[in-house]
Design a protein around this ligand. Sequence first.
Ligand code: 2BA
Length: 108
Amino acid sequence: MKLILAIVSNDDSGAVSSALTRGGFSVTKLATTGGFLMAGNMTLLICGVEDEKVDEVIGIIAKHSRRRTQVVPSTSTMDVGMYSSFPVEVTVGGSTIFVLNVDRFEKV
Ligand code: 2BA
């Protein structure tokens, strides 16, 4: 039996947790913050996953949090008090997943 920890972006967390719940998995969402960018993300706890279901869980997470590019507006200063706006492509989404062994799992 495994505990799966998945760190997903806030934008994708709703779709990922809904899909996992529909798939019959129990999910707990923790609001977390990345140590590098200090931006909010979401850590999903999926506990009590049978070994043979781990790939299914990872597949669901991957399907709903794919890494993709997005064009966002950015500005730069032109030294004479003027700003120019131009689109830049940034990568968003993706998940970081840890699979841990569970020695004992009980609900009392
Ligand atoms: P990702 O590698 O996709 O990581 C996204 C978030 O997942 C991280 O947020 C962190 O909260 C978590 N995470 C990733 N790997 C982890 C691990 N081994 N253990 C625990 N948590 C982990 P941030 O730390 O804010 O990082 C955001 C993005 O910044 C990262 O995206 C990566 O592209 C970049 N990054 C992170 N640390 C970096 C570093 N030391 N140097 C260069 N880029 C870094």
